[in-house]
Design a protein around this ligand. Structure first.
Ligand code: ADP
Ligand code: MG
Length: 696
């Protein structure tokens, strides 16, 4: 069975203790890991290009001989080495450089022939390939493996060479393929015309031709999507069956808040509210994801949902990622309920954050337990052992991406099957959200409240910094307030000089006569609070800050944001930050200071300058970073997807999803004979499978 090839790499020929360590660093521990260590790309020798016909800016494969080699230590940084070699064929000459791989100099002796693969660029008037993949053609012992038409190219680390890995994988395939057990049921494979697992593994590493490589790829991608869906769907099935609270909708408290709203709900808010009411009024447990652009008004929706809980005598808990945000919600909601009375009792709102004194905390714990607090707003402090409720009926989690799956699951455990509303400001395409949040129902606020003015975003290069500050100063003179955001608190070598501390110092000179404040996470909480409330009250004109601002801060008069070293921030982060200034009636301006160096950074900056729609930006961000990075490692099994890409393979994803649903409809706990190896595969491929199943 499967366990048999789940054995350590040590038992493979050619793997000593030293190599084991290196392979472990690549994440490879077992034979199976090795078989699932897929090539990053392939070098296709049938597509060799004469040097004279090379296309700049593209990946090309050439066959050429070493003409001369030089290597040097970089004069910029000590210990940084450059190996450089000139290669030529009958038609021309090209230079190849490799950084920080000094050992390469042993390979490229003049006269040696090699196949090289890499992106070609023009540098100082000559053709150049940087960090090319290569294959030496002379003196090769494993000629067959390395000289095939299509050879795999793997991600490597020093001490592990392409040819070593190829040999090892070939060896593992030869020995263990007969024992590989296919997790995809036969009938399913037939329906979708998928190769079996054994063949797929062989062809993904050593494809006889492109077509078979693609078939292998399709099969393995399908498998990943399919396996990934199953635990999610199982969880959803179990939840729907589970008995939950039946809340009383349209009660007294809910209605009196509705009548006292300071604004008219948007159509989107009305619609989402209906969806929530339907869930809360029904007998199963609500697990709803509310996605909505920054500023789309999620908070009031969440608060109205809390009122539904109060109406039945239940408590609600509202968890947010930062203290600043918790306090802001607390102040605002307290104000909103100040004149709602219910059977001669006022709605009581509590705040629970780590910085509270011991006494204050004890008091809150007590009140929560006795049911004297109706709504508790807090940070992860809510998750502590001591927090107990009398009858928790609704859990709200704001900015869910700031919490791990495990943390998110903890809060509902403090009640007996409370309803859950999970909120995110990072909307994503629907197919993808169904994949990732497949166990949640999804509501979307796709409209901003009326009258919002989209921010104008302007890019300045660092040498134009003065202009950006001047622009900001002019706007501030008209009575507006401004944020200046810096990536780091202190100066450091890798981030340059524009640290929050330094910018704060500069800003005090630059904006003479105006009041400048500073807030960052290392200040004591009372100091942070003081600065924030001074800013809110207009006592501070310019607030220098780190990304503590990223979530939720809401000061309507602040309509200018200047972001230092904007290329340092992620796209979603920039959008969240910028969302802070699009709240009032004044034209907001977002001034970016950046000198993006990498292609990725350039794409990000270009996107944020040109797009203001959060959906489009999220989509763009996903494209640039890929889903694994986008969602973060801890959050989702998405990072387990090794080759399947939900963005480019939506169609395959849908097919896999349909199949997974159908399979579970017929065999919800995977106990039928034909599904046993699937169950094994699940346990092995997703170590968190059982944990996932355990989380309510
Ligand atoms: P987010 O979705 O980013 O959490 P918030 O809930 O903080 O957004 O709302 C942003 C701002 O918009 C708040 O000041 C809120 O009072 C206001 N707001 C919410 N809904 C409406 C509405 N329907 N009309 C006008 N303003 C609204
Ligand atoms: Mg919010």
């Amino acid at each position: 069975m499967q366990e048999r090839y789940n054995i350590s790499l040590r038992y493979l020929k050619g793997v000593g203790p030293k190599k084991v360590k290196l392979l472990n660093r690549l994440g490879l521990k077992t034979i199976e890991d090795l078989l699932y260590y897929f090539p990053r790309r392939y070098l296709n020798r049938s597509k060799l290009i004469p040097i004279s016909q090379i296309k700049e800016g593209e990946y090309q494969a050439i066959k050429a001989r070493v003409l001369a080699r030089g290597d040097r230590e970089s004069w910029q940084r000590r210990g940084f080495s450059i190996v450089e070699a000139a290669f030529g064929d009958e038609t021309g000459k090209i230079y190849c450089v490799w950084f920080n791989q000094p050992y390469l100099k042993n390979y490229f002796k003049p006269g040696i022939e090699a196949v090289l693969y890499g992106r070609v660029e023009k540098y100082q008037g000559r053709l150049q390939m940087v960090q090319a993949e290569f294959e030496l053609l002379s003196g090769d012992k494993d000629a067959v493996l390395n000289l095939a038409q299509i050879v795999p190219i793997y991600g490597l680390i020093e001490g592990i060479s392409q040819r070593y890995l190829r040999k090892l994988i070939k060896h593992a395939l030869d020995e263990f393929i007969p024992r590989v057990c296919d997790g995809l049921p036969y009938a399913l494979r037939k329906r979708h015309n998928l190769l079996n697992l054994a063949k797929s593994l062989i062809y993904i590493h050593f494809p006889p031709d492109e077509n078979l490589q693609q078939e292998a790829y399709r099969r393995l991608a399908f498998e990943e999507f399919f396996l990934y869906q199953i635990p999610i769907l199982m969880r959803k099935m179990r939840r729907v069956q589970k008995k939950g609270l039946v809340h009383r909708v349209d009660g007294v408290i809910f209605n009196s808040l509705m009548q006292n709203l300071p604004f008219k709900l948007t159509a989107a808010q009305e619609r989402v509210l209906l969806e929530i009411k339907k869930d809360m009024g029904a007998g199963s447990v609500m697990q709803r994801l509310l996605q909505g652009e920054v500023g789309s008004g999620k908070t009031i929706v969440a608060f109205l949902a809390s009122c539904i809980a109060f109406d039945g005598g239940y408590q609600a808990a509202f968890m947010v990622p930062t203290e600043i945000l918790a306090k802001q919600h607390y102040e605002r909601i307290k104000y909103q309920v100040s004149n709602i009375k219910y059977q001669d009792r006022k709605i009581k709102i509590g705040l629970l954050v780590s910085s509270l004194g011991k006494k204050e905390k004890e008091k809150i714990y007590r009140e929560l337990k006795e049911g004297k607090v109706d709504l508790i707003i807090g940070t992860h402090a809510l998750l502590e052992e001591k927090t107990k409720f009398k009858n928790l009926g609704l859990v709200i989690i704001d900015e869910q991406h700031k919490f791990g799956v495990g943390q998110r699951a903890l809060l509902p455990k403090k009640g007996s099957s409370p309803d859950c509303l999970i909120m995110t400001a990072t909307p994503i395409p629907r197919t993808l959200s169904m994949t990732i949040y497949g166990d949640l129902d999804i509501s979307t606020l796709d409209r901003l409240p009326e009258g919002r003015i989209p921010p104008q975003t302007i890019l300045y290069s660092p040498d134009k910094r003065k202009e950006a500050y001047k622009f900001a100063a002019e706007k501030i003179k008209t009575g507006r307030q401004a944020y200046i955001v810096c990536p780091k608190i202190e100066e450091s070598e890798s981030f340059g000089k524009q640290s929050a501390l330094e910018v704060y110092r500069q800003a005090q000179e630059e904006f003479r006569g105006l009041k400048v404040g500073l807030v960052h996470a290392r200040l004591r909480q009372v100091e942070q609070d003081k600065v924030m409330s001074d800013f809110k009250e207009g006592k501070i004109n310019i607030l220098v800050a780190t990304t503590v601002l990223e979530v939720g801060i809401d000061v309507a008069n602040a309509s200018i944001m200047l972001i230092e070293q904007a290329d340092y921030f992620g796209l979603t982060q920039l959008h969240q930050l910028r969302g802070r200034i699009a709240r009032g009636v004044h034209q907001p301006y977002c001034l970016l200071i950046a000198d993006p160096k990498t292609d990725e950074a350039k794409e990000r900056i270009e996107a944020i300058v040109n797009l203001s729609d959060g959906f489009k930006l999220a989509e763009e961000d996903l494209k640039i970073r890929g889903p694994g990075e986008f969602f973060g490692r801890r959050q989702h099994g998405l990072s387990d997807l090794k080759i399947a890409n939900p963005l480019t393979q939506m169609h395959l994803l849908k097919e896999a999803m349909e199949e997974a649903k159908e399979l579970l409809r017929l065999d919800s706990s995977l106990t039928q004979q034909q599904n046993l190896s699937l169950k094994e595969a699940l346990k092995k491929r997703f170590p968190e499978y059982e944990e996932l199943m355990a989380v309510g």
